[in-house]
Design a protein around this ligand. Sequence first.
Ligand code: GDP
Ligand code: MN
Length: 387
Amino acid sequence: MKLHEFQSKKIFKEMGIPVPAGQLVLSTDEVEKALNTISGPPWVVKAQVHAGGRGKGGGVRIVRDLEEAVSAVEALLKAPLVTPQTTAEGVPVRRVLIEEGMNIEREFYLGMTVDRSAAMPTVIFSQAGGMEIEEVAARTPQLIQKEYVNPATGWMPYQARNLLFSLDSVPSPEIMRGLTSVMRKMYGLFLKLDCSLVEINPLVITKEGKVSALDAKITIDDNALFRQKELASLDDPEEKDPLERMAGEYNLNYIRLDGNIGAMVNGAGLAMATMDVIKLAGAEPANFLDVGGGATEEMITKGFEIILHDRRVKAILINIFGGILRCDVLARGVIEAARKNEVTVPLIVRLEGTNVESGRKILNESDLEFLVAGDLSEAAELVAKQV
Ligand code: GDP
Ligand code: MN
């Protein structure tokens, strides 16, 4: 679950990580009051959307008076924001953060995530702050430093020194203390809130010698939300892809991809294998959809509906290995969805396992048109041929 910048900064502040003074506004009426409470000019007006790259897309604007601030807020709320990380249609902006402007002397990148291959939390630091870290990693990997955190010892002060002494020019002792304090507090926050990502880009040193988190990004591990109840209320479902949101409501593991073959599969491993064979057959999957081992008829219906609602999908492959999920339950769910939504694209079905005969019978006796594949590779070849 992703948090907005203003939500992340509130948490930073509570944990003692310095952030610029700021105020959230929902309309132009609130701008004057906000400016009166924040020192400036200049002020910085920032669109609050989950997508990054706002700076490049005009979502971060520096303003010098009330008039400029009002027109910047108005412009942001009026039209969808397009950034390198959104689609061409962009995303609607419903909230704007107004902050005190900072005189930037240096910009750093500081991030923390779990490195799955090392099986350890990892702190990532770079003197190339303010730029997209993926780009820095691709072009100038030598500018990125990492420290793995041993979960038994936690973050150690020497690790902060390792990162900071790797800088081309080492800051003054006072600023070093500021930066090490941010690193220590960030690790505390990462653990306490069950984060999968905490990112400050840029973390700046101002001309006045202050350390400040100019941007803030926190992602909470969804699997920990049961014990992070306060954070769960910060969820903003409107920021999610509508089909992913619908999938979330029914506990379906659904991820949108770029291709045009819709796939409905039970089990994450089988879903991965199905995507592999679709690619092997020369086609591209439009989604990953694992309905899960114990899917109910209703979940199957919703899963199939999600794929039918995706207008990019040109053919659908249903690949089910019935174990706990019985093939007759699957068949009834698919027919229920097909009754409510017209199926206008070719449908390929591969069924095996528990109650497969009755599942096939139910499908055959319906008016649903579909092709039957004997095995997985035949299914993939059949579906690839349809597009
Ligand atoms: P992102 O593009 O979505 O990551 O948004 P950021 O919050 O990182 O803002 C983009 C850029 O705007 C930053 O890298 C800074 O260079 C610039 N910026 C943000 N706040 C300020 C500020 O207070 N003063 C100045 N001069 N620049 C700022
Ligand atoms: Mn940023």
